[in-house]
Design a protein around this ligand. Structure first.
Ligand code: PMP
Length: 407
């Protein structure tokens, strides 16, 4: 497993947290020394603003910043770095597209299709738009095998559909959604496709050309990068019509007393001083991931997810959500009659960090008929031993609660 070779690259495993089994990677990931060092160097040696000053040192910082844009384009197989917009994260990117594009293009009676499993970040902006623009939100439900129901999706997507907004990987079920099929379905009906890649980017080799996505958004912090940095990718003709929500420096070309003209893409959509050190740190994260190889990362995460799933389902009274064949390192479960927060607290006493609750996917929780769940999410630096410690702790947690319930 990769964990044996990579753990030394992460200061996290050598500091006071070394006894903690970190299985909350879908919330955010640990950072390798290379990323921390890139951010440190950006502040210590290259703390200059970008796109403004003519002196050589500032120009170098601009070049470094722009080189990350090109790196991101290559990482997702985009044709041009102009299609890469730096944002604050997934939530920021989706809100930008909702308010800067769809608010201006959708009319009463138009429909937006999302999956029932969407994260609130890929739901609330559309619910809000439904109110302001008189739209209808329609849902792709889960099939009995725990995956999206494609047959039902074919009924839900119709000539009124203007957008299909879908996560490439569910942050709760850990499933890889059929993005290519949904893309074809959307485009057959002249609807656009937005992919929430927040959980896909960390584990899968992304290919926006294969997806034929109109929009793709994700966050750096879930793939070894810093918080406060995200990406919005768009097809050229879509980005050209995206109205900047933020106006001010950097995005402007010429200003007179009563009007202004804007910069070309991508800068037109990046008003103000950006998160320069964060973007440079993200570049180091991409280098690191490329060096390990996304296919190896996917293989290890899938293997860890499958191991956790198989072991958990063999425990009496444990219900695991989603399909039997696992796609990623995300595994969400409940122990019968014990609240997910109690399970997570008990696991915490065993030095195991997992998340509990609704996972920002309340409609899905209702569809699964549960009032919250526990989520273990493994990344490629987790070991089989981490998975085993989780399983043992779940077993002992269950025994503990049963023993105390009988007292
Ligand atoms: N979508 C999905 C599928 C997610 O898992 C997350 C993060 N939990 C988000 C969107 C939101 O990402 P961020 O908080 O980085 O904006």
């Amino acid at each position: 497993m990769l964990s044996e070779q990579v753990q030394n690259d992460f200061p996290f495993f050598n500091n006071t947290n070394r006894d903690l089994v970190y299985l909350d990677n879908a919330a955010t990931t640990q950072k390798p020394q290379a990323v921390i060092e890139a951010i440190r160097t950006a502040y210590v040696e290259h703390s200059f603003n970008v796109h403004r000053s003519v002196y050589t040192a500032a120009q170098q910082t601009t070049d470094e910043y722009e080189a990350v844009r090109a790196k991101v384009a290559r990482f997702i197989n985009a044709t041009s770095s102009e299609q890469i917009i730096f944002t604050k994260g997934t939530t920021d990117g989706i809100n930008l597209v909702a308010n800067g594009y769809f608010k201006h293009h959708l009319h009463p009676g138009d429909e937006i299709v999302v999956a029932i499993s969407e994260h609130h970040s890929n739901l609330l902006p559309w619910l809000q738009l439904a109110k302001t623009n008189g739209l209808k939100i329609r849902y792709i439900e889960l099939a009995s095998n725990g995956r999206l129901n494609l047959a039902q999706a074919r009924q839900v997507v119709n000539t009124k559909t203007k957008l299909v907004a879908i996560a490439a990987v569910s942050n709760v079920l850990g499933t890889i959604n059929p993005v290519v099929e949904l893309s074809r379905l959307a485009h057959q009906h002249h609807a656009q496709l937005l992919v929430d890649a927040a959980q896909a980017a960390p584990e899968l080799k992304m290919d926006v050309a294969k997806w034929d996505a109109d929009w793709v958004v994700w966050s750096a912090h879930k793939m070894l990068g810093p918080t406060g940095v995200g990406i919005l990718y768009g097809k050229q003709q879509r980005l050209a019509q995206l109205v900047p929500e933020q106006l001010g420096g950097e995005m402007v070309d010429a200003v007179s007393r009563d009007s202004f003209t804007t910069q070309p893409l991508p800068w037109r959509l990046e008003a103000g001083t950006p998160n320069i050190a964060g973007v440079i740190g993200f570049g180091a994260a991409l280098d690191y991931l490329n060096q390990i190889g996304m296919q190896s990362i996917q293989n290890d995460c899938q293997q860890l997810g499958q191991l956790i799933y198989d072991e958990l389902t063999s425990i009496d009274g444990v219900e695991v959500y989603g399909p039997t064949k696992r796609d990623t390192g995300i595994v969400t479960f409940n122990i019968a009659s014990i609240h997910s927060h109690d399970v997570a607290s008990a696991l915490d006493l065993n030095q195991i960090a997992v998340r509990a609750g609704y996972h920002c996917a309340e409609p899905l929780m209702k569809a699964l008929n549960t009032n919250g769940a526990v989520r273990a999410s493994a990344y490629f630096y987790n070991s089989i031993d981490d998975a085993q410690r989780l399983i043992n702790a779940v077993k002992s947690t269950k025994e503990f609660f049963i023993a105390n319930a009988n007292e």
